[in-house]
Design a protein around this ligand. Structure first.
Ligand SMILES: Cc1cc2nc3c(=O)[nH]c(=O)nc-3n(C[C@H](O)[C@H](O)[C@H](O)COP(=O)(O)OP(=O)(O)OC[C@H]3O[C@@H](n4cnc5c(N)ncnc54)[C@H](O)[C@@H]3O)c2cc1C
Length: 401
């Protein structure tokens, strides 16, 4: 009998997984997406960067699946004629104090097999790549690229449908019950029976995990990232991507400049706690989400460890001058007026343990026939095709025809 497979989440990871299963003829695939369109949350609100694998700990899933995912995504975009521009990335040490952390990024990048990586020393070498940048040294990743992840998700979805899969929009999964070897799923008032279910629910991954009685930890801590734009007359300040040396204590990459696949340049994202899981501005507040975060046992250890950074990030979110100062370190010619109004924001689904630590790597749980992707932050969009293969091979244990 054909396997009946349900997937929760119509972001890039859920759809990539549905495609892998449907194209391999592994079963009858049905995707549930609670919004009325695909890519409505993280996938449609991000930096659009195809990472090359620079930052991630050697041997981690992030390192392996990012490198494999980048190549697979490039081939997919070529095959589907989707925009894919290898704009190249500079990770810049602005002064000598950042050189040890830059050396660690270089070491990790080489260990992870990042293609074409080069170390550049001296301001003149940096300016050959980015003529307006300031800094003492950098690593350059020429194959870091930019894409449109929402367009990629739509193209993946066309493949799902062409291979006989079903994608149901506007259908929130509100309950799941494991009964022997099957799973009963309720969405939009209808019941569906599956042999296995895989949840790729992003910002709701802990909520969905609780539906099948999984451990509430890790919980999702929503971190908003806000972007400013460079005014169209000043986009010449950036050719590709200019990134800071990230703070190793924090899982985010720091405010950067990215020339997007359509030629616009955005500056960001910062990282401020969001007051709602899907809260794209300071006015979006969910009392339930905020209360649940505050009473999580990890709240105080996390606040104690990162309060200084939190205050800095929140201040820079509210006061443009502070955000501007962060950005101007890399491009001294940047004027405050070159940053136009905040244009976009995304909310990161960052998994967070009971002890207050933020999970660094991708994480998966298995509860009987239900597979739960519990942490899939950046670079999960880059890695989507490789994550899909990893889930099929490692967790689903399905009979390949
Ligand atoms: C600001 C920001 C910048 C980023 N930049 C990059 C980048 O440059 N490069 C990169 O590779 N990654 C980046 N990322 C990370 C990347 O966007 C995510 O890792 C990736 O999109 C995760 O995909 P997903 O499918 O797991 O989650 P999502 O895209 O969030 O999709 C999950 C889906 O599940 C649905 N859902 C949830 N609960 C239910 C339910 N009960 N029933 C039905 N549907 C449900 C949601 O509506 C949602 O559509 C960034 C993220 C953010 C927020």
């Amino acid at each position: 009998m054909t396997e009946r497979i349900g997937i929760i989440g119509g972001g890039i990871v859920g759809i990539a997984l549905a495609r892998a299963l449907a194209q391999a003829g592994i079963g009858e695939v049905t995707v549930f997406e609670k919004e009325h369109r695909l890519a409505a949350h993280q996938t449609g609100h991000n930096s659009g960067v195809v990472h090359a694998g620079l930052y991630y700990a050697e041997g981690s899933l992030k390192a392996r699946l990012c490198v494999a995912g980048r190549s697979a995504l490039r081939e997919f975009c070529q095959e589907k004629n989707l925009p894919y521009r290898e704009a190249g990335k500079l990770v810049v040490a602005v002064d000598e104090s950042e050189l040890p952390a830059l050396a660690e990024i270089e070491r990790r990048s080489r260990a992870n097999g990042v293609p074409g990586l080069a170390r550049l020393d001296g301001a003149a070498r940096l300016r050959e790549i980015e003529p307006h940048v300031a800094g003492v040294a950098a690593v350059h990743s020429p194959h870091t690229a930019v894409v449109d992840f929402a367009a990629i998700t739509e193209a993946l979805a066309q493949d799902v449908r062409a291979a006989g899969g079903t994608i149901l929009l506007g259908q929130e999964v509100v309950s799941m019950a494991v009964a022997g070897s099957t799973v009963l799923v309720v969405a939009a008032g209808s019941e569906h029976v599956f042999d296995r279910v895989i949840a790729c629910a992003g910002l709701q991954s802990d909520v969905v995990a609780r539906l099948v009685g999984a451990d509430p930890s890790p919980k999702i801590l929503p971190f908003r990232g806000e972007y400013w734009s460079l005014s169209p007359e000043r986009t010449d300040l950036v050719r590709g991507m200019i990134y800071p040396v990230p703070d190793p204590r924090f899982p985010f990459l720091g405010v950067h400049f990215t020339r997007g696949v359509y030629g616009d340049v955005h500056v960001g994202p910062n990282a401020v706690p969001a007051l709602a899981r899907e809260g794209y501005g300071w006015r979006a507040v969910s009392a339930k989400d905020t209360w649940e975060s505050l009473r999580w046992p990890g709240a105080w250890p996390l606040a104690k460890k990162h309060w200084r950074m939190g205050v800095e990030e929140i201040s820079a979110s509210l006061v443009k001058t502070l955000y501007y100062r962060k950005a101007r370190r890399f491009i001294p010619e940047l004027a405050m007026a070159d940053l136009t109004a905040k244009t976009a924001a995304g909310v990161r689904a960052q998994a967070w343990d009971r002890d207050g630590s933020l999970l660094d790597d991708f994480a998966v749980d298995q509860i009987g026939p239900v597979t739960l992707l519990r942490n899939a932050p950046s670079p999960a969009a880059t890695s989507c095709l490789a994550i899909a293969d990893h889930l099929v091979d490692r967790y689903l244990n399905v009979r390949r025809p």
